[in-house]
Write a protein that binds this ligand. Structure first.
Ligand code: NAD
Ligand code: DAU
Length: 339
């Protein structure tokens, strides 16, 4: 294991989104010596409330776009690391309108790695298991760091493109980088467009949950707290130039997750609608995270899915003011798509 990198002043891009804000909260709680500068454009997916209540001497907010080179020239100097979460993150949106995905995920990453290079700042790139495409349901294989890239959707192809830029910047310019590819996160502050929060908030609003296709697609669920601890381990102990897969052995098919949500919320397990499938819908994701566990000693701490789901449901029950303002517009968008 390499010596731990001592960090004092980090930038978190996308720190007002779901996973970025959970990471900011994780660092504030666990690493009191670290100051965080959040850069976030506050798109439809970003919400300043996600970092509300955090100490101002620990967390500074910069409202801005990662594609803005002048902004990066002003903000990046003086920091010792960039942790890059900002992205357009939703597959269905990428199918309806890919353009913003190219801008933020590809051009935005390009601008950030140029700035990291220029100011000699350590860079961690947060990516997704979707870059590897999908696995068959009857296959026992899981993704590893050696699996060839085979992205299916506009979203995942832009994430794959950004990973490739980061790898090339390491080899050509010696960018001090690491990459992590994580599976599906769940937890608080996730936008209601995503599967688990959509179904929970549908039930709370008296709308029937919506399942795409046959519902047998498998996702490998991880509590977002465990994603945060893994990114921290990679950022501070990872070997430069390396990719680490993050996963917590949480494979479940969508229909099982939906049954769990309905049961925990006191509803009939069959009280949902089958809707039109997502075009190009990936069948199964599964992560083999042995490299991360072996090299960095990381291990997930929140692997009881049902208890994590209960906590997530309680969070959406207790924070209606957070999601109600965007719920109707999200559902209107889905119903236009027949979903
Ligand atoms: P999210 O959509 O909830 O949040 C994205 C954040 O980025 C928002 O706060 C948004 O305002 C900000 N943003 C978007 N475009 C920007 C721009 N041009 N400049 C500055 N800020 C911008 O996303 P998420 O689900 O939290 O995902 C965060 C990262 O983690 C993404 O890179 C995603 O690919 C990756 N990831 C997500 C998952 C998952 O399960 N959600 C799993 C693995 C990896
Ligand atoms: O694997 C990591 C990826 O996980 C991240 O890179 C993405 O940013 C993140 O959005 C997530 O992608 P998915 O497409 O897997 O997540 P989503 O929540 O959109 O859907 C999860 C599964 O549920 C998927 O098989 C589609 C299905 N689904 C989704 C919605 C919104 C439904 O059946 N009904 C729904 O209403």
């Amino acid at each position: 294991m390499t010596e731990k990198l001592a960090l004092k002043n980090i930038i978190v891009t996308g720190g007002c989104g779901f996973i970025g804000s959970n990471f900011v909260r994780y660092v504030v709680r666990n690493h009191p010596e670290v100051h965080i500068t959040v850069i976030d454009a506050l798109t439809y997916a970003g919400n300043i409330e996600n970092i509300a209540g955090l100490p101002r001497d620990r967390v500074e907010f910069v409202h801005g776009n990662i594609c803005d080179e002048d902004l990066l020239n002003r903000v990046v100097p003086g920091h010792d690391a960039i942790v890059h979460y900002a992205a357009e993150s939703h597959n269905d949106n990428s199918i309806a309108n890919p353009e913003p995905f190219i801008q933020t995920n590809v051009v935005g990453t390009f601008r950030l790695i140029q700035a990291a290079r220029k100011f000699d700042v350590r860079y961690h790139h947060v990516s997704t298991d979707e870059v590897y495409g999908d696995l068959a349901l009857d296959d026992s294989a899981r993704f590893t760091e050696e699996t060839p890239y085979r992205p299916s959707s506009p979203y995942s192809s832009t994430k794959a493109s950004s990973d490739m830029l980061v790898r090339a910047w390491f080899r050509t310019y010696g960018l001090k980088m690491t990459i992590s590819n994580c599976s599906n996160n769940y937890g608080p502050y996730q936008h209601v467009e995503k599967f688990i929060p959509r179904q929970i908030t549908n039930i709370l609003e008296g709308i029937r949950p919506k399942l795409y296709g046959d519902g047998l697609n498998v996702r490998d669920w991880i509590n977002t707290e465990d994603h945060s601890s893994a990114v921290w381990a990679i950022l501070t102990q990872g070997r430069l130039g390396e990719t680490y897969l993050i996963g917590a052995d949480g494979e479940r098919d969508n229909i099982t997750v939906l049954h769990d949500i309905l049961r925990v919320m006191g509803k009939d397990e069959n009280d949902f609608d089958h809707v039109k499938d997502r075009p190009g819908h990936d069948r199964r994701y599964a992560i083999d995270s042995s490299k991360l566990r072996r090299e960095l000693g990381w291990t997930p701490a929140h692997t009881d899915f049902e208890s994590g789901l209960r906590e997530t449901i309680d969070w959406y029950r207790g924070n209606r003011q957070w999601w109600e303002p965007v719920k109707a517009a999200t559902e209107a968008r889905y119903s236009q798509q027949g979903q």
